[in-house]
Design a protein. Structure first.
Length: 592
């Protein structure tokens, strides 16, 4: 899962709102207010929550997870004075029970580097041996491994609970390496009260935790009320009654669909839910929908969207939240040449104004403070007019007010050779996507962070690097240790490429649209082929995946039409649509 490059967007999605310059706050139950100071990159948990380690207040990827988990506990009903943040090095959040004893210790981990999965596997393998939470381990009744991230515009989370009481441990069965009784539910579900952790036992139904699974026809796959997969191919789709939410991208790339009927039970639409449903015309947002992720209707050029939910506002083809503080979607079919975003809009969502070929001008209002993952992507004639004090617009590039992050560069930008100014530390995701006029881009010495391939679909681009945190060799961009391959130039004439032995991760969209490539050699030692890594490499005919690779993520080989045969390592996790529009016969190999 990706790092959070824009903390303001993350905390805003959690419900934090600006109370003074660069300070955002949220009031939780129990009269507890948590403040986030963006000028100093600190989280202030207030006087009631016990802060045991001040380092956890500083901005970092793991500390964002801790802050989100604390907020989830408060919303669940745990009292602020029962929470201890940074209790030990091995326990990020400790919870006292109602009698004053220790209920649980929570270890917060990141998902994007597999830390969560590794931690769960480690504890599961302990068998009858104790779980270590530092020298205070014996006081806790439970240990919980927790992870969360901002994914497709909504906060996604998961956790596993292990009991620490000896009576709850299990001895290894025949043929089993050992483990402990554990549960991935029982802490935050609707049917669970605070301070009453419930482990799901063998034979215990999910209804006991307040989750009633929906029955579904064969073309639908539903888990815990969430529609997770659609296998149909009809023009008309009727989602089964009882479905509560649609997972991110669940109807992605179904050009045959013309209309979708959703039941009144649906309360949330994931990000990019109907993305690339190019024939979709009729769809109505049901009345009970209260959550919508990143533009669920991206690249739906024929859509005539209707809305019945009081939590959203649909005006002139633009969809906002109820307060009109977030712009979610702007219709591709809108013929207007100019769009003035209403003053009061604070956030423009990911790909919100995608593919609007008629738009020539967008006026940014003074209220705008958050620009998510390139909301203006694939708008070939667009120019921005900026009135927000939170941003700076110079030479067709949009920066934050401190000129530390670059968010957007115009597709038809006037400079063909562009030098990112010194002082910029972050290139946000997709910020240069589709800039077909851009021939040269210079990365400054100050650059520290690059979001997943912001240079995808730039057919003429050459990179010039001045940053010590990155390496460019043969036009290919790596991190400074050459452990991650970030970008391979579309313009390269090479037909064969050998990835260096140091590379562990092939980055998201790293080889996007590299039509000239016919053969790629991945070194043994590589571990992850990220989302869209080789998508639309239409000339790629030969690639071997070594046994060291444990993950092949979503859309990794999407559109590789010349790829006829591919063997995956046995046990490797394969993402959704990894081989969509790809003719390869996928087999399994034994891990080396």
């Amino acid at each position: 899962m990706p790092d959070i490059l824009n903390p303001l967007n993350f905390f805003w999605k959690l419900g934090y709102r600006e109370v003074s310059a660069d300070v955002y706050a949220k009031r939780y139950p129990g009269r507890c207010t948590v403040r986030v100071d963006f000028a100093n990159s600190l989280v202030d948990y207030g006087d009631q929550i016990r802060m045991c380690d001040g380092a956890i207040a500083k901005f970092s990827q793991r500390n964002y997870v801790i802050a989100e988990c604390v907020g989830r506990l408060l919303m669940k009903g745990y009292l602020p004075n029962s929470l201890y943040v940074g209790y030990t090095d091995a326990c990020d959040i400790a919870i006292r029970d109602e009698a004053g004893g220790w209920l649980a210790g929570i270890r917060c981990r990141r998902w994007d580097d597999d830390a969560y999965d590794k931690e769960v596997r480690t504890i599961s393998a302990l068998g009858s041996r104790p779980v270590t939470l530092g020298d205070k381990n014996e006081r806790f009744r439970f240990v919980c491994v927790y992870a969360s991230t901002l994914k497709s515009g909504l906060v996604d989370y998961g956790y596993t609970i292990f009991p620490l009481a000896t009576s709850n441990r299990v001895k290894p069965d025949k043929g089993r390496k050992g483990g402990v009784v554990s549960s991935t539910t029982g802490l935050f579900e609707d049917g669970v009260e605070p301070y009453r952790i419930v482990l799901e036992r063998k034979g215990q139904s999910k209804e006991a935790l307040g989750d009633k699974p929906a029955l579904s026809p064969a073309e639908f796959e539903i888990e815990n009320g969430q529609l997770t997969r659609y296998r149909g191919n009809g023009k008309s789709v009727t989602i089964p009654n009882g479905v509560k939410g649609l997972r991110n991208g669940v109807f992605w790339d179904h050009p045959e669909i013309e209309e979708v009927a959703m039941p009144s039970s649906v309360t949330s639409l994931g990000g990019e839910t109907f993305s690339d449903c190019t024939s979709l015309v009729n769809l109505t947002i049901p009345q009970c929908v209260s959550k919508i992720g990143d533009n669920p209707f991206c690249n739906c050029p024929s859509l005539a969207l209707k809305n019945k939910s009081p939590d959203f506002t649909l005006e002139d083809g633009a969809l906002y939240d109820r307060e009109k503080s977030r712009l979610i979607y702007y219709s591709m079919s809108n013929s207007a040449a100019s769009f003035e975003i209403p003053n009061g809009v604070i956030s423009i969502g990911k790909h919100a104004i995608h593919g609007c070929s008629a738009l020539k001008r967008i006026i940014i209002p003074p209220s705008l403070a958050i620009v998510e993952n390139n909301p203006f992507s694939s708008c070939p004639s667009l120019k921005l007019v900026n009135h927000s004090p939170h941003f700076v617009l110079e030479n067709d590039a949009l920066y934050d007010k401190g000129l530390r992050s670059i968010f957007y560069f115009a597709i038809n930008g006037s400079p063909r050779r562009f030098v990112i100014p010194e002082g910029v530390t972050t290139i946000q995701r997709h910020s240069f996507y589709g800039c077909n006029r851009l021939s040269s881009l210079t990365l400054p010495r100050s650059l520290k962070v690059i979001g997943y391939n912001p240079f995808a679909n730039c057919p003429s681009l050459t990179l010039i690097n001045r940053s010590p945190d990155f390496v460019v060799e043969g036009g290919v961009l790596y991190d400074k240790n050459k452990s991650t391959l970030i970008y391979y130039p579309m313009s390269s004439p090479r037909e064969d490429f050998i990835i260096p032995d140091t590379v562990k991760t092939i980055g998201r969209n790293a080889f996007f649209g590299c039509d000239n490539l016919k053969s790629v050699t991945i070194p043994y030692g590589a571990e992850c082929i990220s989302k869209g890594a080789f998508s639309k490499c239409t000339g790629l005919a030969k690639i071997a995946i070594p046994g060291s690779v444990s993950r092949v993520e979503d859309w990794a080989f999407y559109g590789c039409t010349q790829l006829s045969e591919l063997d995956l390592p046995k046990g490797a996790v394969m993402g959704e649509h990894a081989f969509s529009h790809c003719n390869a016969e996928v087999g399994l190999q034994e891990a080396s």
